[in-house]
Design a protein around this ligand. Sequence first.
Ligand SMILES: Nc1ncnc2c1ncn2[C@@H]1O[C@H](COP(=O)(O)OP(=O)(O)OP(=O)(O)O)[C@@H](O)[C@H]1O
Ligand SMILES: [Mg+2]
Length: 456
Amino acid sequence: MARRILIVDDEQGIRGALGQLLEFEGYEVRAVANAVDGIFEYQRFNPHLVFLDVKMAGIDGVEALKKIKEIDAGAIVVMISGHATIQTAVEATQLGAYDILEKPLDTDRILVTLRNALQHLDLHEENARLKETIQSRYEIVGRSYAIRAVIDKIDRVAKTPARVLITGENGTGKELVARAIHQQSTRASGPFVEVNCAAIPSELIESELFGHMKGSFTGAVADRAGKFEQAHTGTIFLDEVGDMSLAAQAKVLRVLQDGVVTRIGGAKSIEVDVRVLSATNKNLETEITEGRFREDLYYRLNVVPIHIPALRERREDIPLLVAHFIAVLTTREGIAPRTITPDAVDRLAHLEWPGNVRELRNTIERLLILSAGPRISADDIARLVGHRDVDQVGLGSLLDCQTFEEFKHAAERAFLLAKLREYDWNVSETARALDMPRSNLYKKIERYSLTREAVA
Ligand SMILES: Nc1ncnc2c1ncn2[C@@H]1O[C@H](COP(=O)(O)OP(=O)(O)OP(=O)(O)O)[C@@H](O)[C@H]1O
Ligand SMILES: [Mg+2]
């Protein structure tokens, strides 16, 4: 079945040339000269993809994009932009445009964009084929403008020695990006050493990072190299760097300045050749203003910033991620093969995903295991992920608890669920209301598998 393409451009030449090319490639094409007709045609013609000119008399392309997205949040819209309007076009990607084509239009680029954009439509029949093609480099899956910008930045920065600070909400793929940078770097054959600064108690972090000498404190029963030493000639990844104590920050700063570490209780400085990558889901600028993070360290870590947007800001990646996780889980992880219907994918694409890609992956795993038929259906999603009574936090389940520990667990879970609902899943606001660091709340959300649709 031919795919339908709508062209909205006030230049006759573009409509003609682009239309001809697409028809030649076997697409069914309709072309209109202004935004009003475009919005109208969108509803009547129901195209798979729209090419939309940024600059048009009357309603411009950005306004038209907003309208089309209101009509159909899943619309795939590629902006056509002249050189002068490229900034506006980039802004349009934040409003959900799939991509930008710059004038003069390049035939190859048009066709590649089209093929990429339309690929997920065949999702349900094509898990097997997609498995081969969607896995982009380092398995960072996604074709949204935002994720391609991330991949592009990785490519450019990996080969340099630059320090990179990766930011993004919980589960957006920060560690994945850090590993990709290491793999692509000249240090790939050296070690990649991860330190989760939030998981290590503050009294142990210095010993963990810099090592210690036997007897330097209670429990130091032997000499031990720290993570910086272990990462020599490779990469150290300071995960959740925003949770590091000020004392440890001061020492890390010294390592970055001097390139040497001293073990706790040790006398000599040891030279280390280490590239530092770090990540956080905190806003370090706020941490600095509030005196919890050193500004001088921030500037040293944040030479190149990479921000990974939340999944809800790049919903167009969801179908690809769904296909990817189904492929991975049913081949590598030995779960029985199943596919998924387009309706089900569509439902998943409209959920909120406070736990981002990790939550999506866990959800797919649950669906693969629990759904009944050979294809995960929209009904399965309603049943297994779908909407329940929002007031139901399942306090009744507290009565089923056998031990006090279980009870505490269930009670905290129910409490957090109620609070998150009260603040409509705005994690920052909920965390503020609970006077709890946002990162802690994210951890609890994950620990308790809390989702919008969770029941206790
Ligand atoms: N673009 C992506 N393509 C494929 N898999 C992804 C992508 N982004 C994240 N994932 C997967 O989602 C999970 C979470 O990613 P990761 O651990 O890198 O996130 P994170 O930002 O470090 O999370 P946290 O803040 O909780 O530490 C992993 O299983 C990872 O492989
Ligand atoms: Mg992480």
